[in-house]
Design a protein around this ligand. Structure first.
Ligand code: ZN
Ligand code: ZN
Ligand code: FE
Length: 787
């Protein structure tokens, strides 16, 4: 801010960067200038917006600036605002002038924005003939952005709205600086814009006239409908009907993973869930994400099939006119889940959807506005007073994460992980993390990855990639991808768990030494073993020292055991049986011991399979060595007879978390060997497991056992942190990796560590799961280049 007084007229240049185009920024500036009687102009540039004004009163200029910051349009984000005195110019009035090309060609792209209140009014206003019930209504404060942009600058011919010619009424709005639709690129109305229609599952037209009304009737009649939404197809059906939801589960091949539910308004959400102010704020924001909230136990009307045993449900509010209009006619909450089969990418084209979803959906509510970028619904939860990302896409990506260092002219690309993949471009001090891509197992996902990569290159004007970073795992599709692209200087391989911790350091701008706990399912270790419970000491130069982990043990049969937790339970039990040399009456052979103490395994595992597993453990054949924390959760979940086969990643751990009783305060005894100097703290998880077995045979209730297990892990983190602090005075802790998606564990870790005067960090802006890996990889690469 300028703070001197002068009577002379001066000209000021104000440069503003951030999301300031296509969000009603220039008319807003123009109105403000009139308010303060300022003369000059405003224009879009290739890097943002430039305002030029004349004034002799610095007080007015300062007020103008603070109004820009405080009263900006809801969808605008100001990253930087610089004011400087310029050569004196004589302006006669205040004008919006044509866009200018400037030297800098990098500009942020706006995420899609939920339908604003005024547009909601328009579609419900019977007198508005052009927009009443028109499902593609939008304005400068709302509507599609990222999903329809083919290239920059963000002008209509560069979007999928190109094929629709604005009618004279729309054009008038578009050109009127006083109108809320001034320069709203997707502006459209019933006369000129895209059209909605309803077909049956064979693509046969069912309703062209009143598709919303027909679709609502079908939903009320418990049918399953595919809806073409902002970033792809969603599958909708009543969340009240057990029968319908279980049919959907069967057809979608999704036995237990919870479905997201859309409610008509915030009041109905408040009725059935525990909602705080922050949850409500996020739900009603222009990002309108899915928010994980806790179900109320009484008067809960939804089908149990929606989330099964899960205590949390993902809820959201309508975010497109189509949703709002459906809820005018549908009285029940609607399941609103991604239009895909398990982990495939979300379907985005009409024919593609008809092909892929015809065995799931009865009807298709579609339209002729193309989706250029697939864009899943984002999922967040509120933790520690902030939004914590679980899946980052609609409303968030491709908005960047700002870093504490600038890469200058060099661009770094990081390829991300294999599951829950996204990638990242590091440009200047912006980490542009792509939207959620998914698991890179099938050709569809890889196609999506490739096209998103090319698209980001164009959008952000990336001419060459100086350095690429990828996971150490040689078989990750993302790792292989970096070999297929042109890189100027080098390709850096980053160990998975180091990337997890680096992502925490990057987004929190931590510049001090830190202790990192990277706990997850699997990651390729520096020694070729499968890591997953890693403890690191990280110095200020971002050098990682591995300081500890769980005991090494075989993963019998490799990959297959990740999907079948009972195999891991057998692995732990076999070790216990062998170690203790159990010779209870008749227990001289392991299968007898197993079936006697855990009779439910008779139905789960045959003696032949037990034989194979124990032989694999003995010989090490096809059984990589692992220190995975995820596998310990699997084993405990199975031995408590919760989850024996995981239908989605982390299922066994989620089931175990949900079982944890809230009242227990006790925990298991722990054994940690090693010292600070040897930097090798080994956590004896067999010891914990054997106490769990004692509790089971001692008939301790399972909710207590689960709780004790979680509290034990939180306490282990505290204990190791204390030992390291005693020797090094490091008091910062980073928690990352899929295991920390566990709310119960996370809550206990945060409170325990804080109580003991540690500063605790984790992932909020990117997911704590493998969706955070690309940021960590990019940050490590940047630091390796000594930026
Ligand atoms: Zn609007
Ligand atoms: Zn029109
Ligand atoms: Fe991971």
């Amino acid at each position: 801010m300028l703070n001197y007084k002068s009577k002379d007229i001066k000209t000021y240049d104000i440069n503003i960067s951030g999301i300031v185009q296509g969000v009603g920024f220039r008319p807003f500036i123009s109105r403000l200038a009139h308010k303060y009687k300022l003369k000059g102009n405003v224009s879009n540039t290739t890097e943002g917006v430039t305002v030029k004004i004349n004034s002799s009163d610095i007080g007015i200029v300062n007020k103008f600036i603070s109004d820009i910051k405080n009263l900006k349009p809801p969808a605008a984000v100001i990253e930087e605002l610089n004011i400087k005195e310029a050569d004196l110019k004589n302006y006669k009035s205040f004008k919006i002038v044509k866009s200018k090309e400037t030297e800098e060609k990098f500009q942020l792209v706006s995420p899609d924005i939920a339908t604003c209140r005024l547009c909601q009014k328009d579609i419900n206003n019977k007198k508005d003939l052009r927009r009443y019930y028109y499902p593609f209504t939008n304005c400068t404060s709302c509507g599609p952005r990222f999903t329809i942009i083919k290239k920059m600058p963000y002008d209509r011919p560069n979007t999928t709205m190109k094929n629709f010619k604005m009618c004279s009424d729309c054009m008038e709005e578009y050109e009127d600086t006083g109108n809320r639709r001034f320069h709203a690129q997707p502006n459209a109305c019933r006369k000129c814009g895209p059209e909605l229609f309803l077909t049956d599952k064979n693509g046969k037209m069912a309703d062209l006239k009143n598709p919303i009304i027909s679709a609502s009737e079908l939903l009320n009649d418990n049918k399953i409908i595919a809806i073409k939404s902002l970033g792809g197809f969603q599958i909708a059906c009543s969340a009240l009907s057990d029968k319908t939801v279980s049919i959907l589960r069967k057809r979608k091949n999704r036995p237990v993973k919870p479905f997201a539910v859309m409610f008509k308004n915030i009041h109905s959400i408040k009725k059935y869930y525990h909602i705080g102010t922050l949850e409500a704020e996020s739900l009603m924001s222009s990002r309108a994400p899915i928010v994980l909230v806790r179900k109320k136990t009484e008067n809960y009307p939804l089908s149990r099939q929606v989330s099964m045993y899960n205590g949390y449900e993902g809820v959201m509010l309508p975010y497109t006119p189509i949703h709002h209009l459906l809820f005018n006619n549908v009285d029940v909450p609607l399941i609103m889940t991604s239009g895909n089969l398990s982990e495939e990418p979300i379907a985005s084209e009409n024919n593609e959807a008809l092909g892929r979803l015809r065995n799931i959906c009865d009807y298709f509510l579609m339209h002729n506005r193309d989706i250029y970028s697939r864009y899943d619904d984002s999922v967040i939860r509120i933790f520690n007073g902030k939004e914590m990302m679980i899946r980052r896409a609609r409303g968030y990506a491709p908005y960047p994460v700002k870093l504490d260092r600038d890469t200058g002219k060099k661009v770094i690309f990081s390829a991300g992980a294999h599951n829950k993949n996204n990638f990242c471009f590091l440009v200047k001090n912006y980490a542009i993390v792509s939207q959620h891509i998914g698991d890179l197992d099938d050709p569809e996902s890889i196609k999506f990855y490739n096209s998103a990569f090319r698209h980001y290159g164009k959008l952000f004007n990336i001419e060459s990639i100086d350095t690429a970073a990828c996971d150490k795992h040689p078989l990750y599709a993302s790792t292989r991808f970096t070999k297929s692209i042109k890189i100027v200087s080098k390709n850096i391989k980053v160990q998975h768990h180091k990337a997890h911790i680096a992502s925490v350091i990057a987004e929190n701008k931590v510049s001090d030494r830190i202790i990192g706990f990277a706990w997850d399912g699997t990651g390729y270790g520096d020694d070729g073993k499968i890591w997953g419970s890693e403890i690191f000491i990280v110095n200020r130069d971002l050098n990682f020292k591995r300081a500890g982990h769980l005991l090494e043990k075989p993963l019998p049969g490799g990959e297959i055991t990740i999907k079948k937790p009972y195999r891991m339970a057998v692995c732990y039990l076999y070790n216990l049986w062998k170690e203790n040399n159990v010779t209870h009456d008749g227990d001289s052979n392991f299968p007898q011991f197993l079936y006697k103490y855990f009779p439910f395994y008779k139905k789960i595992i045959s003696t032949a399979e037990i034989d194979i597993i124990t032989r694999q453990i003995g010989t090490g054949f096809n059984s990589p060595v692992t220190t995975s924390m995820g596998r310990l959760f699997d084993a405990v979940s199975s031995v408590l007879n919760y989850t024996h086969i995981s239908s989605y990643e982390g299922e066994a751990a989620v089931r175990l978390e949900m079982a944890a009783g809230q009242k227990n305060k006790s925990r298991y005894k722990i054994k940690i060997t090693g010292s600070y100097n040897s930097s090798n703290y080994i956590i004896d998880d067999y010891y914990i497991f054997s106490q769990i077995i004692d509790d089971i045979t001692g008939n301790i209730p399972h909710d207590i056992i689960s709780s004790k297990f979680h509290l034990t892990l939180a306490y282990i983190i505290l204990e190791i942190s204390r030992r390291i602090r005693e020797n090094s005075r490091i008091d910062r802790i980073a928690l990352s990796g899929g295991v920390f998606q566990n709310n119960y564990l996370m809550n206990n870790c945060f409170s325990l560590l804080k109580k003991n005067n540690f500063k605790v960090y984790s992932n909020f802006k990117v997911p704590v799961n493998d969706g955070g890996i690309s940021l960590g990889q990019a940050y490590i690469a940047a630091r390796k280049l000594r930026l």
